[in-house]
Design a protein around this ligand. Structure first.
Ligand SMILES: Nc1nc2c(c(=O)[nH]1)N[C@H]1C(S)=C(S)[C@@H](COP(=O)(O)OP(=O)(O)OC[C@H]3O[C@@H](n4cnc5c(=O)[nH]c(N)nc54)[C@H](O)[C@@H]3O)O[C@H]1N2
Ligand SMILES: Nc1nc2c(c(=O)[nH]1)N[C@H]1C(S)=C(S)[C@@H](COP(=O)(O)OP(=O)(O)OC[C@H]3O[C@@H](n4cnc5c(=O)[nH]c(N)nc54)[C@H](O)[C@@H]3O)O[C@H]1N2
Ligand code: SF4
Ligand SMILES: [Mo]
Length: 663
């Protein structure tokens, strides 16, 4: 039996290292890699289910073309034919419109391995085109962390075990970051306290010493209130913060803060706020965690700034720190992402579209319009918002190509689907946005039928482009995956991780050797930020809105967004199709004649979704809780909230409002 090293490349905090046991090209079993200091040799249930994922009968086997979009009338074609159809169309569009701005891509988080930036590299190699910027998960919070710390840094997650208190604002690690729970449990074993602040009584809240149920979108106010009490009671630690940017203004801001107003808006009682202040003020170190869940509403940025300011004024930056996510990946050259763009005689740069409003912005593109769309590592028809804009975009495109492992809702509306290799069928290099370990992913299995990696597809399609139109692309098709991996491991990276070459990574994952502490620079939340919250009565729109329930649709344990819904080990009812479950407060349900297990319609101006109810005694009376799914997606009800401006923002998924009725 052969044992190889793989990495789970999902958009997930774990980026877990895997040991794969293979015989006769069959993946017999997988385990976690015990040499990985963060995961400690464990995977989650989804990870252990990869043996069922790799040869899942639903995987795409061959390139296919659809007679007419959405007809389901698919015909198998060869790779050769697929490349020719796509390349001829690209060249024709280039000639018709004078540049490749007419062609573009939408790619996100299906596989976060560094070699998957082949999609970006491929497009750069044909010159100015239409590309995305921003990040669906964490953009708003990243900007707030950069504002506060001058950098995108987050402490070493293993160190959370040393905290005397851990305060989790808007993250649900028992579901989304299960390995972190081990460090949280260790802190508790040593007498540390766990506080969870969330509108929902989550799986993580169930493990907490103190659960604070907060009205969504109001965390900035709570953080200000706690900070004010700390300052007033003389519990602040001013040694570091006094000289930092905006401290005087922050102090003034706190002195103008009305605690009674805060109680009203946040729904948190004064005694609870005082207890939080006492804990924050007296325990050290406190590890503060701003979750991504916090920033899926209009005031996410303010919340994260106010929470960071609270950590600062209570003297908890140096040892406890503010956890969010980090940008370690930017220390890599990212040769594929940054592949030099081919020069165009008159057009200087590519056209950039905010990924958080991709369809809406793409529909407005002119001179030239967008006519060809390449979709990879992405299932927008299940996971994005503003489906109306997506439908409009789809109807205006001349060619849609989706590269995926499965026939997703997005693939179903494409002209051509290309089967992607799984991470067991390709080489890669993986960096996390949470822990600080680097790992290599070995090619473990031969391709599933005719599946190919995104890198291989980039190399072969660009070759075909050049056959049809010489020098159309500058992509170095001859480079092998290992060449790209070696190119990523430049001197700086080798030094950071203490390795000589990628071969060292074949022995096991390696931790980054330096620790960037949050103690150099700090900038406080300012009065403009806060003014917006008070001024903007928008955040109370729920009271005024004709749809009375706020729709919360956070992540769930056995899926990564629309993925894994088709694995029988994880979803035993998979044959009957995915079912949408809506959780509703027990009393509200009773007063509307709704009971458990009842078929209901959830709806708003964007559409309706049929779901089955589950009553929940702990759910806020004005919220509904629904899981994300691959089919019958609740995102059909999530419209556009505000015109996203040029700044990358996270989508305000949780600022959506719906009504519910019995069927
Ligand atoms: N099992 C699993 N793990 C995953 C994923 C998955 O799909 N499944 N997805 C991965 C990805 S891409 C991401 S981005 C991360 C996200 O993972 P997390 O950072 O944990 O984020 P969410 O699940 O979006 O939300 C976390 C919590 O925020 C709460 N919340 C919502 N609004 C507010 C608010 O205004 N204030 C406060 N205090 N809390 C609020 C929600 O109720 C929820 O419990 O998880 C990653 N890990
Ligand atoms: N309602 C609601 N919607 C949300 C969120 C929410 O909290 N609530 N969260 C948002 C967040 S945080 C995120 S990150 C997005 C995720 O949005 P997406 O990135 O669109 O999400 P996934 O469903 O993970 O789809 C990824 C697709 O990539 C495919 N894939 C996997 N590996 C590869 C590969 O190697 N190559 C190619 N070409 N394809 C591959 C998978 O099969 C899958 O179909 O969803 C967002 N949508
Ligand atoms: S989904 Fe996340 S926790 Fe599970 S194996 Fe993959 S990286 Fe690890
Ligand atoms: Mo995400």
């Amino acid at each position: 039996m052969k044992i190889t090293r793989n990495v789970c490349p999902r958009n997930c905090f774990g980026t877990c290292s895997i040991l794969s046991y293979v015989e006769d090209d069959q993946l017999l079993k997988i385990t976690g890699d015990p040499k990985h200091g963060f995961t400690g040799g464990h995977l989650c249930a989804k990870g252990y289910a990869y043996t069922q994922y790799v040869d899942n009968p639903l995987r795409l086997k061959y390139p296919m073309i659809q007679a007419s979009r959405g007809s389901g009338n698919w015909k198998r074609i060869s790779w050769d034919e697929a490349y020719t159809i796509i390349a001829e169309k690209m060249v024709e569009l280039y000639r018709r419109y004078g540049s490749n701005l007419v062609s573009g891509f939408n790619k996100f988080s299906g596989n976060l391995g560094l070699l998957h930036y082949a999609v970006e590299g491929m497009f750069n190699s044909i010159g100015p085109h239409t590309k995305t910027y921003g990040d669906l998960c964490l953009a708003t919070g990243e900007a707030a962390i950069r504002d506060a710390f001058g950098d995108f840094i987050s402490p070493i997650p293993e160190n959370m075990a040393n905290a005397k208190m851990i305060v989790i604002w808007g993250a649900n690690p028992a579901v989304t970051n299960i390995h972190q729970m081990k460090f949280i449990y260790n802190a508790r074993k040593n007498g540390g306290k766990l506080v969870v602040i969330d509108p929902i009584y989550t799986e993580t809240a169930a493990k907490a010493d103190l659960f604070v149920q907060i009205n969504p979108g109001t965390d900035a106010l709570l953080a200000l209130g706690i900070a004010e009490i700390i300052l007033e009671k003389g519990m602040a630690d001013l040694s570091f913060v006094e000289n930092q940017a905006g401290f005087r203004e922050y102090k003034e801001l706190l002195s103008n803060t009305q605690i009674s107003e805060i109680c009203k808006h946040t729904g948190v009682r004064l005694e609870v706020m005082e207890e939080l202040a006492d804990l924050y003020g007296n325990l050290k170190p406190v590890a503060t965690w701003s979750g991504f869940g916090l920033q899926r509403n209009e005031f996410g940025g303010q919340s994260i700034k106010a929470i960071s300011s609270l950590a600062a004024i209570s003297g908890n930056l140096k040892y406890g720190g503010v956890y969010y996510a980090h940008g370690d990946i930017s220390d890599f050259p990212m040769n594929l992402l940054n592949f030099p763009e081919k020069k165009h005689p008159t057009i200087k740069d590519s056209r950039r579209v905010n990924i958080s409003n991709f369809a809406g912005e793409s529909n407005r593109l002119k001179d030239p319009p967008l006519k060809l769309l390449w979709i990879a590592s992405r299932n927008p028809l299940a996971q994005d918002h503003n489906m109306k804009a997506w439908k409009e975009l789809i109807s205006s495109l001349e060619l849609i190509i989706t590269v995926d492992l499965f026939m997703t809702e997005t693939a179903k509306l494409s002209d051509i689907v290309l089967p992607a290799a799984s991470h067991f069928e390709e080489e890669d290099l993986n960096v996390s946005y949470w822990h600080h370990w680097l790992a290599v992913n070995e090619k473990t299995l031969p391709p599933f039928y005719e599946a190919k990696s995104d890198l291989k597809i980039a190399g072969e399609l660009t070759q075909r482009l050049n056959e049809i139109s010489p020098q159309f692309s500058t992509f170095p098709s001859k480079l092998e995956p290992l060449d790209w991996i070696e190119k990523e491991l430049n001197e700086k990276v080798r030094d950071l991780y203490g390795i000589k070459s990628y071969k060292d990574l074949l022995e096991g994952p390696k931790p980054r050797r330096d620790e960037r502490k949050q103690e150099g620079f700090f900038s406080f939340i300012n009065s403009n930020d806060v003014k917006r919250i008070y001024d903007d009565s928008e955040w109370r729109k729920q009271e005024k809105h004709s749809y009375p329930f706020r729709l919360l649709s956070p992540q769930s344990l056995l899926q990564i967004h629309s993925q894994f819904g088709n694995l029988p080990w994880l979803q035993p009812t998979v044959d009957e199709g995915e079912e949408t479950i809506v959780e509703i407060n027990e009393n509200i349900a009773a007063s509307s004649g709704i009971s458990n297990n009842m078929k209901v319609k959830i709806y708003n101006e964007n559409g309706s979704v049929i779901a089955k109810t589950k009553t929940n005694p702990q759910l806020p009376s004005d919220c509904l809780l629904v899981k994300q799914t691959g089919v019958n997606s609740i995102n059909q009800l999530i419209g556009i909230h505000a015109e996203m401006d040029m700044a990358p923002t996270t989508i305000y998924f949780y600022d959506s409002f719906v009504a519910i009725s019995k069927l």
